[in-house]
Design a protein around this ligand. Structure first.
Ligand code: FAD
Ligand code: SF4
Length: 339
């Protein structure tokens, strides 16, 4: 299908300076409105003329949505804080280095300077067909072009696929899940706080979006409690090129050992395997009380890929995920990220 890339269709640009005004505008315009954060995902859709909102609500003038603040139990990161600010923040580096590691591997420095944490966790799927304007299930049609014998599905899902086999592309998401982050959402009824892992949804819940936000709702901040501050962290991202490339798979883990060296507490999440980042609860339960060594890692890796189903061109993802999980548990690095 040809994609026209000439002039962006016209829309009304609204630039509120407070969260309250932004919400008012979003509720007023409902389905016609598009939330604009850093624009790194948004502008692709608009320039390719695939999404044609009547109104764009630009959040860049809202100071309340920016910055990283201490809370009584950790930190709160405004949704409009740039990825570069997250990576460079001293408290993030010292206590929540897992997030700094994941975010520093996002795209390129230019994209991290402009892209925001809120946008990174709310960005849309990167499936070629969907981005190119093909009328697939996710776009409201009744076919998946990727899940065919000739489909380009090397980057696609191996777990929890249902009609759509696209994956969630965020590198910050698994780190936030492993850190037990809470996402603060402003709804028409007031503030709602959800666990990081509950912010993301698969096609079984809604095939048209990767997150729980309804039209009119705003992600305002992300809170990270001190639960995992200073734990041993592991983040690994596998991609075709070492810069400016989305993950084929990534893994994030936070681990605390007891006096005898066994695993006392652990959180582990993987992205790029399904339409939502996956917290591996069965793995967490299975390794608790065991030594974080190669044997435990091997067992964990096998468990992590149970039920995985390969498409025509992505069978490599099954051993890759098994090995990433194995390394995240058996080869957990000390928290050396802090400078
Ligand atoms: C070439 C390229 C390479 C990339 N590589 C990577 C990569 O390797 N890893 C990775 O994780 N990401 C990657 N990205 C994605 C990039 O990091 C995201 O596009 C960016 O983080 C989105 O953030 P943004 O602030 O630009 O949001 P926008 O593009 O403005 O918004 C993204 C989406 O989120 C919605 N949204 C944003 N903020 C809010 C909010 N506060 N409340 C409600 N809805 C909101 C918008 O409506 C939109 O649908 C890449 C992007 C590009 C263009
Ligand atoms: S994987 Fe999902 S987004 Fe891609 S073509 Fe299939 S239905 Fe569309």
């Amino acid at each position: 299908m040809a994609v026209i890339r000439d002039v962006m269709p016209a829309f009304e640009l609204l630039q509120p300076t407070s969260i309250a005004d932004a919400q008012k505008l979003l509720l007023q315009h409902g389905q016609d409105a598009w939330v604009m954060a850093g624009g790194m995902d948004s502008f692709d859709w608009l320039k390719d003329r695939i999404k044609k909102p009547k109104v764009v609500v630009d959040l860049s003038g809202i100071k309340e949505l920016k910055g990283i603040r201490p809370t009584s139990d950790g930190i709160e990161i405004g949704a409009m804080t740039t990825l570069t600010e997250v990576v460079n923040h001293p408290t993030v580096k010292q206590k929540y280095g897992l997030l700094a590691q994941g975010v520093e591997l996002v795209a390129s420095p230019q994209i991290r300077n402009q892209g925001t944490l809120g946008g990174n966790v709310t960005q849309d799927a990167r499936c070629w067909y969907y981005r190119g304007g093909w009328p697939c299930y996710r776009a409201g049609g009744n076919i998946c072009y990727a899940d065919t014998p000739q489909g380009r599905n090397r980057e696609h899902a191996i777990l929890h696929a249902e009609r759509c086999v696209a994956v969630n592309p965020s590198d910050s998401a698994p780190a936030l899940i492993a850190l037990d982050a809470k996402f603060v959402i402003l709804t028409a009824k007031g503030e709602r706080v959800v666990q990081a892992e509950d912010y993301f949804i698969g096609p079984d819940i809604d095939i048209t979006r990767l997150h729980i936000l309804e039209p009119g709702e705003l992600l305002t901040s992300i809170r990270i409690p001190s639960t995992w501050a200073g734990a041993k962290f592991y983040f690994e991202k596998i991609r075709d090129r070492n810069v400016w490339d989305f993950a084929l798979l990534n893994v994030a883990s936070a681990l605390v050992t007891s006096g005898n060296g066994t695993i006392e507490r652990i959180r582990i999440a993987v992205n790029g395997a399904a339409a939502r980042p996956l917290r591996l609860k069965a793995v967490e339960d299975a390794v608790r009380g065991k030594l974080p060594n190669a044997e435990t890692g091997e067992m964990a890796g096998q468990l992590a890929v149970q039920g995985a189903v390969a498409l025509q061109f992505n069978a490599y993802k099954i051993p890759l995920m098994r090995n990433l999980v194995k390394r995240a548990i058996g080869g957990v690095k000390e928290a050396t990220w802090a400078s």
